[in-house]
Design a protein around this ligand. Sequence first.
Ligand SMILES: [Zn+2]
Length: 375
Amino acid sequence: MKKTLFLIPVFVLAMLSLALTSFQSTQTELAANGQEKTDQPIDVPKNIILFIGDGMGFAQVQAAIAASDRALNFGRFPVTGMIQTKSSDNVITDSGAGGTALATGKKTNNGMIGMGPDSLEVKSMLNIFSSLGKATGVVTTCALTHATPAAFLAHDISRRNTQAIAADIADSPVDVLIGGGMADFAVREDGRNLPEEMKVKGWEVMTCLMEAEQKTPRFVVFTSDEHPVAANKGREDELQRSVAIAINALKNDPDGFFLMVEGSQIDWAGHNNDSAYLLAEMLDFDRTLGVALDFAAADGNTLIVVTADHETGGLTLPHDPKDIKNQTRLAFSTGDHTASMVPVFAFGPSSSHFTGIYDNTEIFRRILFSTNIAR
Ligand SMILES: [Zn+2]
């Protein structure tokens, strides 16, 4: 009887101590989670790869999933979000204002590049990362002077001033450039020969992707005089090879790197309401995500963010995916851009910051926050 009475308080004490231990561990977890959301990020990536699918809305991703026999790389991202894309002067953005919002965190008027509606130049995240010592690169499937790459490298009141944009690019701090648009650099109204000027500034200038393999920065590869051809018209694996070459060249910088990759022609397929073109561009973009994801998974120190500047084509999926597989039955509601929200996918250290519904300018802020740069 005495023994039993003695055992009851021991039992109660044991239970109390067990409860306390579990309470403490819960508190620790909460503190860790809370800190990650409100304070400095715990996991700071060394490298950042930003993918922009020009014109890539949710339905474009869904159509690619439905049309493919393989599991897409889009499915490998643990974090997803969505962004609003309107510009300063229009609920429907163009790629100039959309690219500028993503690149600089600043809304601007449609058609403008790398500046606010007041025409004052704003720095892109590429400029900021470069000034902090990171190696930087831009890879695109259009001319390097086109709106989206231009937003990271140039400042102009109009995206149409592609020769002035080329001059800005030749003046930019970027280390690796792979894309089309050589004509804007080499055949100019002002008589300047920008490829020659770029050589003086330390760039190796090439026109063949194979030549660029194993090169170290700085270099530019002009893959075409104007725009590279479409994914279903012979571009083959150019985008995957370009990204592999860029990552290989940039990864040796001890301060890390920033790389922007654009899938430019998803947008053009949307403008053309061309299902086969759109699916070819989406699957090409997805294979390229695979190249970056394989690198990031092995590296463990690379944040990948994938998003779009806007949706193009007002794409919907009213038909059986089997019809989509025949590449004939996607349904478009416009030949232009729309105001539909676009997806965000994130992978790697600090990727948790990219969940939720937010504004396109937040991509800039969240990337800088994730990398511990106070804004
Ligand atoms: Zn467009």
